[in-house]
Design a protein around this ligand. Structure first.
Ligand SMILES: Cc1cc2nc3c(=O)[nH]c(=O)nc-3n(C[C@H](O)[C@H](O)[C@H](O)COP(=O)(O)O)c2cc1C
Length: 203
């Protein structure tokens, strides 16, 4: 049995973050497979602002490059702020461009937030694809505070099922060919773009 390392990245620093809660569910599902080890990246805020002219990346940037480069798959859960992907996640991904650390790897993306984060997912899909990754599954969770319990854990059965589906699809993608991952990535993108735009840009 091949062991797979999955890296999880949360784009929110918020207390009782719904994106962190989504990762909790996804990580539990993934970890139920004997051949999976999941590691959550500590804090997106620890990653310095990308500097292409730095002679050497700082120790923490180096750790991030190493974590992303050595994983077999990535799962990102990030909020949308002001109609765009949370900046810390974009910054973390910018570090990886020159390393090709995500090239060919499957990625799952989730955005929990008021509208379900269509723009955040669209931007995540775009920047990850430009780095050669395959976004094989995506989920937007709207109004997450109505779907969590007093401790901030997801309690809504339909949402938990959807998060389970995301985890299982990422797991299944580990044994897919690049062509199969590419087909899934194209259909994931079509699914995101087909969603109704919610917010000021809808007018
Ligand atoms: C400054 C700010 C801007 C926001 N902009 C958006 C937005 O454009 N679209 C959206 O769906 N939610 C937006 N939200 C709501 C967040 O997505 C929501 O608070 C989300 O739950 C944050 O993620 P977390 O629960 O993981 O911390 C915004 C929240 C803040 C504080």
């Amino acid at each position: 049995m091949t062991a797979h390392q999955i890296l999880a990245l949360c784009g929110s620093l918020g207390a009782r973050s719904s994106n962190a809660a989504a990762l909790d569910v996804i990580e539990d599902v993934l970890a139920s497979h004997d051949d999976i080890t999941v590691t959550r990246w500590g804090s997106v805020a620890a990653i310095p602002i990308f500097d292409p002219s730095a002679a050497e990346p700082s120790a923490i940037a180096d750790q991030w490059l190493s974590a992303a480069g050595s994983c077999d798959a990535l799962v990102v859960a990030a909020p949308e702020y002001a109609g765009s992907l949370a900046g810390g996640v974009k910054n973390a991904l910018d570090w990886l461009v020159g390393s090709a650390g995500l090239y060919g790897k499957p990625v799952a993306i989730v955005s929990c937030g008021t509208t379900g984060g269509r723009f955040a997912r669209e931007e995540l899909h775009r920047t990850l694809t430009w780095q050669g990754a395959f976004v094989v599954t995506a989920l937007g969770v709207s109004a997450p505070r109505t779907k969590t319990d007093a401790d901030g854990r997801f309690a809504d059965a339909a949402t938990i099922d959807e998060l389970d589906r995301v985890a299982q699809q990422l797991y299944a993608s580990l044994s897919m060919t690049p062509d199969e991952r590419g087909t899934l990535a194209a259909s994931t993108r079509r699914g995101i773009l087909a969603e109704q735009i919610v917010g000021p840009t809808a007018v």
